[in-house]
Design a protein around this ligand. Structure first.
Ligand SMILES: [Zn+2]
Length: 315
């Protein structure tokens, strides 16, 4: 159990979630009501914010109004925990709502997590097959016990113009001046080597475990970035372009785009592939998302919580 569940603010939050309390009758309800009034009075800032009534649904409504593209009928951008009625004490944006991120957000009093990637290990966040799983249960129970809501912000953050992820990554890498005027996912260099490009990305994005395919001495004049997952068709299309020397991806199947990249090398095409890892390849886009949200959410704190790169390599 977390400390925030036992806190006065936590008690108040749970009662709010249960809707209006009965005016009279049941004694235990009466006790709860008195407890609520007392604790709400005592939990100054937190309760005041809740009394202001900012709910997770209202935050999402503002996102919909500000994102600049029509909201899709079919989308994964929905609540994965909690719901629109969850009172918001603070907001954490993150690349992936891992259990570690969720715990960090709770400890900081950010009970609305806005995540780019799934919470429960598949694109649609289906949990039916996880019902008996101890890890899923621990995470699910933690989210409930701490009155948290998790909302996924994936499709519409990419559809936003500029693409929120590309914008954040470009800024983090300090590549704004390198971005192609017509295609912001192409970046131009003065013949940097593939090794030099990989090292620059490793150091600016603070990556522990990245992988590269191709000749380290290859001269890269133009690199195409596919942040996140690169599909077979998209990855091959980008890497086969005459004007692209290197493709940067978060992840891609090793028997599809990675094999294609290796074959490009064998065929003498002079290509390189940099595999950053999915989290680190989109992370800065959700850092930028926190800044963007602050433009229209001022009642509660908004901060970015970094998801940990899961990989390490032996020295
Ligand atoms: Zn993405």
């Amino acid at each position: 159990m977390s400390s925030s569940r036992r806190s006065p603010a936590g008690v108040a939050t749970r009662l709010w979630r249960n809707g209006p309390l009965p005016e009279s009758g049941d004694t235990s309800a009466g006790c709860l009501r008195r407890e609520f009034l007392l604790t709400a009075a005592g939990a100054a800032a937190g309760a005041a914010a809740q009394a202001g009534g900012l709910t997770a649904g209202e935050v999402v409504e503002r996102i919909r109004k500000n994102v600049g593209v029509p909201w899709r009928a079919e989308t994964v951008d929905t609540f994965k925990a909690g719901g629109p009625d969850t009172p918001v004490k603070g907001i954490a944006t993150t690349m992936m709502a891992t259990f570690d991120v969720v715990k960090k957000a709770a400890a900081a009093g950010r009970n609305l997590v806005i995540t780019h990637e799934p919470t429960f290990y598949n694109h649609e966040d289906k949990t039916a097959d996880l019902a008996g799983d101890a890890t899923w249960r621990a995470k699910d129970e933690f989210l409930r016990a701490n009155n948290m809501a998790v909302f996924r912000f994936h499709d519409h953050w990419h559809a936003h113009r500029p693409d929120g992820i590309n914008q954040g990554m470009t800024e983090e890498l300090d590549w704004t001046r390198r971005a192609d005027a017509g295609d912001p996912r192409l970046f131009h260099f003065d013949g940097l080597t593939l090794d030099g490009l990989a090292r620059e990305m490793k150091s600016r994005l603070k990556i522990r475990a990245m992988r590269v395919v191709g000749d380290p001495a290859l001269r890269v004049r133009t690199a195409a970035a596919n942040w996140g997952y690169a599909s077979q068709a998209g990855g091959i299309r980008a890497l086969s372009r005459k004007d692209v020397d290197a493709l940067i991806v978060g992840e891609s199947r090793e028997w599809e785009v990675v094999e294609y990249a290796a074959d490009c090398v064998t065929a003498g095409q002079g290509k390189g592939l940099i595999v950053l890892g999915h989290i680190v390849s989109e992370q800065a886009g959700m850092k930028y998302c926190a800044r963007w949200l602050k433009g229209f959410v001022s009642e509660v704190p908004v901060e970015f919580v970094a998801a940990q790169e899961p990989f390490w390599t032996p020295a």
